[in-house]
Write a protein that binds this ligand. Sequence first.
Ligand code: GCV
Length: 688
Amino acid sequence: MSRAEDGSRLWLRFGQHRVASSRFSGIEADKTLFAVQELQKAWKQLYGNELDSKNRGKELLVIGTLHSRVIQSLKLDNEVAPLGNEGYVIKTVTSGNIRRTVIASTGKAGLLYGVYHLLRLIQTDELSDQLDIKEKPSYSIRILNHWDNLDGSIERGYAGHSIWKWEELPKTISPRYVEYARANASVGINATVLNNVNASPNILAKEYLEKVKILAGIFRPFNIKVYLSINFSSPAALGGLPTSDPLDPSVRQWWKNKVDEIYRLIPDFGGFLVKANSEGLPGPQDFGRTHADGANMLADALKPHGGIVMWRSFVYSASDEDRAKQAYNEFMPFDGQFRDNVIVQIKNGPIDFQPREPFSPLFGGLKKTAVMPEFQITQEYLGQGNHMVYLAPMWKECLDSDTYCEGKGSTVERITDGSLFNRKISAIAGVANIGEDTNWCGQDFAQANWYAFGRLAWNHRLSSEQIATEWLRMTFSDESSFVEPAKKMMLESREAVVNYMMPLGLHHLFAWEHHYGPEPWCDIPNARADWMPKYYHKADTTGLGFDRSMTGSKAVEQYYSPLREEFNNIATCPEQYILWFHHVPWNYKMKDGKTLWNELCMYYDKGVKQVKSFETIWNSLQSYVDSERFKAIKAKLAIQEHDAVWWKDACLLYFQEFSKQPFPVDIEPPANKLDDLKKIKLHMLSHN
Ligand code: GCV
């Protein structure tokens, strides 16, 4: 069993995996290289001392760029050069009687990633005798989006306050900044947006930029660039101009000056992330201008410095149009009108990070515009700080989706990594789940999602299983009798949460405001229709689900053939999306022969059973895990079981009022009464 552990070291628990001795007897490298310093720090924890640069024994570890003499002598140019600055080769070569394992790259960043790769192989006990590894990242920008506010709070954050101590900066430097950077670099994350997309104009004030500069300086050696979310009305709100109209020359000049000021402080600043004309935030439409006008103005200011604009497509208004169609309708007219340093950031699904959504039709829809996926690592809609849900399968489901925009094989992955349309920039964003909690993410298993986001951004071909295996071995134990059952639980967890919350394409059944528990009945007088569950589930005596087929909102039209026909036809629509695209009669026969009602009951019941099985598995793993983390996870799983039952009972009892059918005999009957569940208000729950 591993020793007591508070989770603060994440997956970088080198001391925990101390191996008796290393096969490497010495190192040949420029010790001023940051990658070498990182390696030596880890080595000390792994083996008790640094690798010796004088010792020549059995096998040397060699680290260097193509400029270094020893790498040149090994003639690896042809292998290394095509991999770019961040790519690397790790190769074991023998010349004469000297054996060397070489980490080589064209850039220092590549060396750093190569070092973390080697360390990962050691930590997971996968260091083979003869290494021959070539890696380069799938995406050029692999970025975290922090929804952290300047007052230290975090929008949809479930791991305590922000790790950015704005009030202490620039004088006081929290040790967490370096630890944060190292954790990110170890999984290949190379960029971060420090502040919430619901941005305060103050982030661009001189006082804050001085603080940002300090963070950028700490992150720089780790190859992490800093970006900022901006408020579109900053010229007026911060600069005192009478307008923030993007076509007004004084506004354009204000942005140019502001950007120049930023680059004087932070020469490698990455650029801006923008939420505009969305959920009440200001934007170009306030001045009769378009998304393209707004994005291009910022892009023009950033261009001379090499900066980019990530412009979000998460827009919808209180109109009569199906919310799922709005972003597409709003952005498609501007395809091809954005500057080449603008990239449109698109949430994986058309609504909002629900447990399961089909992919957003903007992927593949926008063919003349660079686009990037936005995933949510923080579990706003997936049990927040409490539920164990491993998200890699959900993200891969989106990336693997075939849009058919250029015929078969036009996957979201190929569109966003730049390969399908030969884009100059490619990027992928994850909304961070990081806070000042000791274990960073509020619950130990949520660390796996930070890890998985980085690993997938680096290599989107990795399987969810491979990533889970790595993470478990590094974070807990590499004994397969631990890893296999724990991995099974992780891999099933996303499907379980879909089952107990919103199976068969149901979405947004969440309680008003907090998005934690169920409130399919929610009815707030005078509230926006599209902020209430009834808008989405449309339960009535005839059936359940949102008709987005050609007889309904026609959202299916936004997809390419053959998907639009497949989704449009209730008989061919994948059942996991059936209630997303169709209003389905309660007695509709599903593929397994059950009626919709019985199928729905079966899924909710299955979700609860799955969570119970996770508890059984976890209890069986006690001997492998230190008591601190064992107990913390056990307690979270108990909450998850409670909540799964709550979800199942609330949804089934409520929908039963419409289906008017009994619960099938083979499911566990509800443990609660609907009236009691309706009385639950979140502040009554101690665990949230
Ligand atoms: C940052 C959802 C969330 C909001 C979030 C918004 C967005 O609506 O509930 O908290 O705001 O998405 O992604 O902009």
